[in-house]
Design a protein around this ligand. Structure first.
Ligand SMILES: Cc1ncc(COP(=O)(O)O)c(C=O)c1O
Length: 377
């Protein structure tokens, strides 16, 4: 079976983690934490990085940093992982969702404005499967309405967006460089992995200080064990940061590998009828975190059957996200009742992603393409 993801870890990872074990710095203090935070923040063009225990915690912390009051609304795509909605709800807020762009599968920026109300506090764009959201119009909207941006770049390490805002010089900017607060995950299937892990990035020193305090139980710096706010234990360990740092040091090679994989799949699958392949907009450099495909409406099978057939051919896959507006857990809380988002509903049923890990070889990729061809023949 060709796995849907296999990480590629090497000697440097082993050396850095061994250093933690040898020196005894295994908990959440040690040189790797600050080096990992500084290097990853710099790589995304940001001033501050706050490493946390996972990507969901990063989103929860980012929303908490805004100091939301109960009932504050955050606009996010329905087509995403539940972490985005949970991060809002655990802070007493209300997730408000929009549909996806049918080509990039990211939130449809044109649908955001009509969801803005007096309660809206922030917009949470999610760069789906490694392709950037169209950030310029979204940033304009956020500026116009005084809204924060919580950027979810959990799937988009090293992806770039060509920004030409406000007549300023146009430039390629990394995902993670746009948000008031931007979030990453370092789960094992991400471009950089710490096993479990996450990070919040920001340029604002006060938000960074608040995030550090909330991450670590809100100990008061001048008086330990005295607390004025409810904090969390969202700390990352030095061992995890050691793993992360070793990969940040070769992020350009990791991105190149993923872009090779994406382009290779696109080339080899382009002549297959019944398949819609991922796009790369002219203003985007995708990192193809996961190579997703969507069955066209003419295809005689749905994604579940397609996945089963691929499995029979020795290829592991994963289904696409099911939209937040289709989740029973939210219906039970009175959210999204009767709401319909046709693009998200369609791709949820007709989409899946193929093996896309960093350890995927050319030979495996070729076998996956052969299996796709046979499964649809
Ligand atoms: C878009 C997105 N946001 C957030 C997360 C949450 O990250 P974690 O699994 O590290 O909690 C993920 C995880 O895969 C994700 O894909």
């Amino acid at each position: 079976m060709i796995p849907v993801n296999e990480p590629a870890l090497g000697e440097r990872e082993l050396a850095y983690v061994s250093e933690c074990v040898r020196t005894g710095w295994v908990s959440s203090a040690g040189r790797f934490i600050s080096e990992f935070e500084e290097r990853w923040a710099a790589s995304c063009g940001r001033r501050h990085g706050i490493a946390v225990s996972n990507g969901t915690a990063a989103l929860q912390l980012a929303v908490a940093c805004l100091g939301p009051v109960p009932g504050d609304e955050v606009i996010l795509p329905t087509f995403t992982i539940i972490s985005c909605a949970l991060a809002v709800m655990y802070n007493g807020g209300v997730p408000v969702v929009v549909d996806s762009d049918p080509h990039t599968w990211c939130l449809d920026v044109d649908q955001v404005q009509k969801k803005i109300t007096r309660r809206t506090r922030a917009i949470m764009p999610v760069h789906i499967y490694g392709h950037p959201v169209d950030m310029d119009p979204l940033m304009d909207l956020a500026d116009r309405y005084g809204l924060a941006i919580i950027e979810d770049a959990a799937e988009a390490h090293g992806a770039e967006y060509h920004s030409s805002r406000n007549g300023s010089e146009s430039e390629w900017r990394r995902c993670g460089s746009f948000g008031t607060l931007s979030c990453f995950s370092f789960y094992a299937n991400k471009l950089i992995t710490t096993g479990e892990g996450g990070m919040v990035l920001t340029d604002d020193p006060q938000l960074a200080e608040r995030a550090r305090s909330l991450r670590n139980l809100c100990f008061r710096p001048d008086r330990r064990f005295y607390h004025e706010e409810l904090g969390h234990n969202f700390r990352l360990t030095n061992m995890q940061a050691a793993l992360g740092l070793s990969q940040v040091e070769r992020i350009e090679r990791i991105v190149a590998q993923k872009r090779w994989m994406g382009q290779e799949y696109s080339q080899r699958l382009s002549d297959i009828t019944f398949l819609e392949l991922p796009v790369e907009q002219p203003w985007a450099r995708s990192v193809y975190w996961m190579y997703g495909v969507v069955l066209s409406d003419e295809a005689p099978i749905d994604a579940t059957m397609f996945g089963q057939r691929l499995r029979d051919h020795g290829v592991d896959t994963r289904p696409f996200f099911l939209g937040m507006h289709e989740q029973p857990v939210f219906h039970r809380r009175g959210l999204f009742l009767g709401e319909r988002y046709p693009v998200a509903e369609r791709i949820a049923r007709r989409g899946l992603y193929l093996p896309s890990g960093l350890a995927l070889t050319e030979d495996q990729l070729e076998r996956v393409c052969d299996a796709v061809r046979e499964a649809l023949s």
